[in-house]
Ligand binder design. Sequence first.
Ligand code: BG6
Length: 488
Amino acid sequence: MPANPGFTFILFGATGDLSMRKILPALFAAHCHDKLHPQGKILCVSREPMSGDAYRESVRSHLERWRRPGETGEAADESFLQRLDYLELDALAPASYRHLAARLETAAGVHVYYLATAPVLFEPICANLAACGIDLARARVVLEKPLGTDLASSRAINDAVARVFAENQIYRIDHYLGKESVQNLLALRFANSLFEPLWRREAIAHVQLTIAEELGVERRGEFYDATGALRDMVQNHLLQLLCMVAMEPPTSLNADAVRDEKLRVLRALRPLSRDELERNVVRGQYAVGAVRGQPVPAYLDEPNIPADSRTETFVALHAEINNWRWAGVPFFLRTGKRLQQRMAEIVVTFKPVPYPILPIPPGLSGEVSNRLVIRLQPEESIKLHCLAKQPGDGMNLQPVVLDLAFDKAFAQRREDAYERLLVDAIRGNLALFVRRDEQEAAWHWVEPILDMWSNSPLPPKSYPAGTWGPASSSTLLSRAGFAWHEER
Ligand code: BG6
């Protein structure tokens, strides 16, 4: 396979929100940076009757907004629009696919089917593609989350897709894996000999992983209410981040080598006992409050949310990994909407020195200083919090930070996660996509939490919008003698 093959990218759901918000802007960026084969085409498919020209015009009206600093103007716009074509297709009507087959008959290179549709359509789309005589040997299919709502439904979707595509043709997107900063975590761990000897239970006290959002449910109320934070963020993004932090060094960066190691972490997650489900998992829902000084409504007052909804907008939990490297080390995972600040962060807290021969100032435990803070967004940085001696008399210790800010260290443009992932799908690189067994192992682990909540008489704990979640999220850590990074 050439490094940059000719392709036809077939975008199902081409008039939908995801296509306009993420997929087409990412393809546009890849186009502007010459990452797409010059003859590559994008066939946009949707049920709405529309001509190719009308579709191109609607895309044209967004290009100015999608363009990022440094991206060239009009010529790039025109050549991008020339890649686009449009086909009206009813995903549920087998006869419609004859037109698709006719369009693809002479389309050279690889065919990448991107299903930016509701997951209920995955099965009929795949079955109809198989039935209409299109050559699927050179095809790949890219699937958006959520892939199911529990283990059984995710298996059903995977089975349906597997009837048509081999596993190595299936690209399950978790856009967190495409983030530059998550890639960098691999570099930090596996390109530096400094961290590896310390990256284990003997040296690490606990690990925190946070993905916090300021946004509420926006216009996605109906989807979100049926989903909740556990399915939306924990089952996929947070557990994938956990894998990147906890996995053993893979033998190479080959897709299966990396995915095998992530799978081993997921399989080693200690199942939560009944008691732990109650004590170690916090479920929250935002109440009225203010984010960055702006008043915002309660979750229950958002559009399309039932007044008695028990859907969680916040989850914090304490997980453990049953293997030799990590046994007994708490991993605290947390995510929520309408929190105080948008940020994603991994905090690795090392154990304090065995015996303090230097006087550690009150309120500054050795733990605060022995911290590696990996900020994934909004800015990207790695900070090592240490203690140093204050200049002058005596031995007065003071916290200092060794700070690596990536935007200062590297002038290059940061690729957007979708851009990287779509280019990888076109080039046939599966390393940053989730394999079926990983996805199912993640469902297997979270499912008891879903079951417990659906049987619980208790509603989620309320937290004012603009805070860090319910108070019990802090208790989760304080019980073990720790605190969330921002609470220190
Ligand atoms: C998506 C979730 O997968 O990730 C959204 O469905 C969430 O609810 C988004 O807002 C967060 O992604 P990012 O890249 O903005 O942190």
